[in-house]
Ligand binder design. Structure first.
Ligand SMILES: C[S@@+](CC[C@H](N)C(=O)[O-])C[C@H]1O[C@@H](n2cnc3c(N)ncnc32)[C@H](O)[C@@H]1O
Length: 256
């Protein structure tokens, strides 16, 4: 059994995940929502994705953008993204993948679209102001910013249960998860990947990490504090029609 732990600084909770990440997100409606982030891409935009992971969103945004910068802190997730891009001669000239970590970052350039899918849950609320300031500093006037994981549901608390099963050749992969609520906006999450070969358990790998909840009111206030205001209506968006939609916000930097 191998265990990845939470980044209280040292280890990467995605170190063992990339091999399974897309396998358990093969369904069209898997989260984070690819159509939500892709459809928001301003045509011909210079875009920045924070935490692109294996590139599920990036590969859908890039064809609509003029350029796409991907800033990812996990070496293994970056490796999968780079391997996918290697097979895409159409995208190679315009997608850049760099090592980098929110909240504070300086890429020395500005973008028309900055987005984060499935990333905010990794960011402690105390780091949000620094993250939002960095996003605002990297947006051109009129630029758009979208992020999911801004939601009202309670922090998860559940005993281990099977979330999904996938077959690949003679192997069956089973993903289970459990969560312990540590506070109103914080849980400790454990995901376990079990591999069965012809019915026999041959590998068990677990990952533990903290899971932060972000609420719409403070998020929208802190975005407004750095000059990012609702792009439409109250700024809250439904990323999917699903009942467990991971609520999103879409904001814009004021044009001069
Ligand atoms: C749930 S995955 C989402 C990946 C991708 N955006 C998608 O929608 O499939 C979260 C990704 O964000 C990355 N990540 C988490 N916190 C980050 C941070 N502070 N800076 C940069 N990347 C981060 C993780 O390494 C991981 O690849």
């Amino acid at each position: 059994m191998s265990i990845g732990t939470d980044p209280s600084g040292s280890s990467d909770p995605y170190a063992i995940t990339p091999g399974y990440y897309d396998l358990f997100r093969a369904r069209e409606d898997a989260l984070p929502s690819v159509p939500f982030f892709a459809d928001l891409t301003p045509p011909g935009a210079d875009a920045l994705e924070i935490g692109p992971g294996t590139g599920r969103l990036a590969l859908a945004v890039a064809p609509r953008a003029r350029s796409l910068f991907c800033m990812e802190r996990s070496a293994t997730m970056r490796a999968v993204l780079i391997a996918k891009l290697a097979q895409r001669p159409d995208l190679r000239p315009k997608v850049t993948v760099v090592e980098g970590s929110a909240p504070a970052f300086d890429l020395g350039r500005a973008f028309d679209y900055v987005y984060l899918g499935g990333v905010l849950e990794h960011v402690p609320p105390s780091e949000r102001p620094a993250l939002f300031a960095a996003i605002a500093a990297h947006l051109r006037p009129g630029g758009l910013c979208a992020m999911d994981m801004v939601l009202r549901m309670p922090a998860p608390d559940q005993d281990e249960r099977v979330m999904d099963e996938q077959d690949l050749g003679e192997c069956r992969y089973i993903l289970s998860a459990s969560a312990r609520r540590l506070g109103p906006d914080l849980s400790r999450l454990r995901q376990t990947y079990r591999t069965y070969l012809r019915g026999e358990l041959v590998a068990t790998e677990s990952v533990e990490r903290l899971h932060h909840m972000h609420r719409p009111e403070p998020v929208l206030k802190e975005l407004a504090d750095v000059g990012l205001h609702p792009a439409e209506g109250d700024g809250l968006a439904q990323a999917t029609p699903l009942p467990d939609d991971p609520g999103a916000v879409v904001v814009r930097k004021a044009a001069p």
